[in-house]
Design a protein around this ligand. Structure first.
Ligand code: F6P
Length: 324
């Protein structure tokens, strides 16, 4: 392996820059050339690349977003698109690829590897934490802290006005952000896709809180929850069915994807980047690096996509007890 390319793909997440830096510096350490591909697979198809040296990644460890930009490429889903991408890699003498992204990006990588036998290692970068084979994806910890910070602020105004707030958090089809930020911020109720307890239970629980003397409440709603209503419809339903509650909605949205990465995410990114490069130099491919029992481990890229991270049942129970 003489030349490794690195790119970020799919939804960005805090810590991606720290991971790029780690890949680039590990390449420099092992005297391997490094190239950055802009805008993920789309940039690969368009040949949008830049040589990266250890000095190209100065002062980015603490920055949110990704200096290489990111995209979800439709063209890469076509055979012609992937052919063009392969030709560009070959033309630039690139021998292997590090993909920093989520399951969509890894799926693309697996297909590409099957067609062209091109060495690929994945680094899980998404705020959703929905990748199997790692307890933490890059950016998840930062997104959690951002969400908790925002909910703390909402709590202040909820309390001043005796209001019930519905706060929607991201996570796509997974409830990891909602459950953990909900417990961390002391939410009354947490609605996640993995556990649909129904609207009656929600109403009952809010009534119970009222009876227990709480004058304001926060319900954290995961964007993928299974109530069959969006967060605004949910809020309307609750307002209609609960007496004396003024209800408001706050959708946190993309602010959860930005901002300075936490120390945890920076350290994780540094560890994962080094491991990804070492694996490629050792002739390994089709693996994802992940964190398990606080150690950097590897898992088959395909398993990482197909497997399902279970929601933490103990945390669900703790959350129930905390609302007493
Ligand atoms: O996968 C990350 C994520 O932020 C999800 O939480 C969310 O559902 C989705 O991406 C939003 O995507 P977009 O940036 O295309 O609106």
């Amino acid at each position: 392996i003489k030349k490794i390319a690195v790119m970020t793909s799919g939804g960005d997440s805090p810590g991606m820059n720290a991971a790029i830096r780690s890949v680039v510096r590990a390449c420099a350490y092992y005297r391997t050339e490094c190239v950055g591909i802009y805008r993920g697979y789309q940039g690969m198809i368009e040949g949008d690349m830049i040589p990266l040296t250890a000095r190209s990644v100065n002062n980015i460890v603490h920055k949110g977003g990704t200096i290489l930009k990111s995209a979800r490429s439709k063209d890469f889903r076509t055979k012609e698109g992937r052919k063009k991408a392969y030709e560009n890699l070959k033309e630039n003498n690139i021998d292997a690829l590090v993909v920093i992204g989520g399951d969509g990006s890894f799926t693309g990588g697996v297909v590409f590897n099957k067609e062209y036998n091109f060495p690929i290692i994945g680094i899980p970068g998404t705020i959703d934490n929905d990748i199997f084979g790692t307890t933490h994806t890059l950016g998840y910890d930062t997104a959690l802290n951002t969400a908790v910070d925002a909910i703390d602020k909402i709590r202040d105004t909820a309390s001043s006005h005796n209001r019930l707030f519905f706060v929607e958090v991201m996570g796509r089809d997974a409830g990891f952000i909602a459950l953990n930020a909900g417990v961390g911020a002391g939410a009354e109720e947490i609605l996640i896709p993995e556990e649909d307890l129904g609207l009656d239970r929600l109403l009952e629980s809010l009534k119970k809180s009222r009876r227990a003397g709480k004058s304001s409440s926060i319900v954290v709603v995961s964007e993928g929850d299974k109530t069959g209503r969006n967060v605004f419809e949910l809020a309307d339903y609750v307002e209609e069915n609960l007496e004396d509650y003024e209800v408001r909605v706050s959708v946190l949205g993309h602010m959860q994807r930005g901002g300075t990465p936490s120390c945890f995410d920076r350290v994780l990114a540094s560890r994962m980047g080094v491991k990804a490069v070492e694996l490629l130099i050792d002739g390994k491919t089709n693996l994802m690096v992940g964190l398990q029992n606080n150690e950097i481990q590897t898992i088959d890229l395909e398993k990482a996509i197909k497997g399902q991270n279970d929601i933490n049942r103990e945390l669900l129970r703790v959350s129930d007890i905390m609302t007493t």
